[in-house]
Design a protein around this ligand. Structure first.
Ligand code: ADP
Ligand code: CIR
Length: 390
């Protein structure tokens, strides 16, 4: 943008001087670096057109990227060099995205706020630009229960949260060296975990394919080649810096450098949410003492995807509700009433296997960690009640 001082200079200048100044601006690296390249602008125009012309696209990206917002944002660039293209390219390439955008760095959430704010408000079911995410509060853990004490419906329970290491950007802006550095730091800190949380770090580099696939099939490890993340430029240098830490029982796990820098996970068979969340809280509190994380005053904990901001908590059960699930639309509709989201057995964008669904809290912002987990607990107890009544 032209500063007020340089505007004053331009007012009194000759046409030749102005032309000279403009040539200088486009050729000087200092200014050129602040400008969005023509090739990026061309891709943005093509991407916007593709979104507009897509009839079967229901993403929040398409819903909120109006021509007005697009024109305002297309020439902006963060200090790290990220543009609107970095934000929207996953949703442009994958028209079946539910959301369709990612933040390449923390600054993107403010620089591109005209797009992020309405998406955040919509996904998290009410989080206005003037709202502030509450302070962390894990609540009174004694009020949580086993949602299925007789083991009739729930196969397993899992709670995860995401964390970003302070001082590092998100995937599309990370260098290979930074991936390695972050992995080393995390590995060193996790090696001092003790008691139930004591475990081993397994880097993806060098892991044999059979072991990797078994960990994925057992729902412990992130999948490889996620097309939404790939299109967002989040899989560069793969598998460098990526890996998984877990205890022997695989009830406490940490994913390193997949979608987020860290995903901290607690899971076990059955429906004992109280045990699962209590383990997660102990782990998070321990790790937070060792590693500083990025937290924004308004948005809460920062993550790559706007759906994960705030508490970053996704509390889920793998559950079979055969009567309710006889009509998937109906299951989704009933789950929606309790602010719950239905996913397939292998997570987002997958199908149900053997009638087992992954049902979790949908919103993660504008409420505390305890409230997010409680939303899942209360909703699942209601769904089980309905299933029993059918
Ligand atoms: P995330 O939970 O990190 O957002 P995904 O939806 O891709 O990501 O799920 C990651 C993995 O966690 C998948 O293999 C999924 O099956 C597994 N998972 C989710 N919830 C449960 C659960 N309650 N029990 C067992 N595995 C689960
Ligand atoms: C989509 O828009 O469907 C994907 N980009 C995923 C969005 C939310 N899920 C996630 O962060 N795991």
């Amino acid at each position: 943008m032209t500063s007020i001082a340089s505007k004053k200079v331009l007012i009194g200048a000759s046409a030749a001087a102005i032309a000279g100044y403009l040539i200088y601006r486009t050729s000087c690296p200092r200014y050129r670096n602040k400008m969005v390249d023509q090739s990026v602008l061309d891709k943005l125009d093509a991407g916007f057109k593709k979104l507009q012309e897509a009839n079967n696209c229901h993403s929040l990206l398409k819903k909120y990227l109006s021509k007005d917002v697009f024109d305002q944002l297309k020439t902006r660039k963060t200090a790290m060099g990220a543009t609107l293209l970095d934000v929207i390219q996953s949703g442009v390439e994958n028209l079946d995205s539910g959301v369709g955008l990612y933040a390449p760095d923390a600054e993107s959430y403010t620089l591109f706020k005209e797009l992020f704010d309405p998406v955040i408000d919509d996904y998290h079911q009410g989080f206005k630009p003037t709202d502030k995410h509450p302070q962390s509060d894990f609540g009174d853990l004694s009020t949580l229960v086993d949602v299925d004490p007789n083991n009739e419906f729930v196969v397993s329970t899992r709670v995860r949260c995401g964390r970003s290491l302070k001082g590092y950007p998100f995937n599309p802006c990370l260098t290979q060296g930074q991936y390695q550095e972050m992995e080393d730091k995390v590995k060193a800190q996790l090696s001092s975990m003790d008691g139930e949380l004591k475990g081993t770090y397994f880097p993806l580099t060098g892991m044999d394919k059979k072991t990797q696939q078994q960990l994925i099939d057992d729902h412990f490890l992130f999948k490889e080649g996620d097309r939404f993340l790939q299109a967002a430029n989040a899989c560069r240098y793969w598998p460098t810096g990526r890996g998984i830490y877990h205890n022997d029982a695989k009830t406490f796990l940490v994913w390193v450098n997949e979608e987020d820098h860290l995903r901290i996970i607690s899971m076990q068979k059955g429906g004992n949410l109280k045990e699962v969340f209590t383990r997660l809280v102990t782990a998070v509190k321990t790790i937070e003492q060792k590693i500083p994380f990025s937290r924004d005053d308004r948005l809460g904990f920062l993550t790559f995807c706007p759906t994960n901001l705030g508490t970053t908590i996704r509390a889920s059960v793998h559950i079979a509700l055969p009567k309710l699930a006889a009509d998937l639309k109906k299951l989704e509709e009933v789950a929606g009433k309790y602010n719950l989201q239905v996913r397939g057995t292998r997570g987002e964008h997958t199908e149900s296997e053997g009638g087992v669904y992954d049902i979790s809290n949908k919103r993660r912002m504008g409420l505390t960690e305890y409230q997010a987990v409680r939303e899942m607990q209360d909703g699942i107890l209601e769904l089980i009640k309905i299933e029993k009544s059918l």
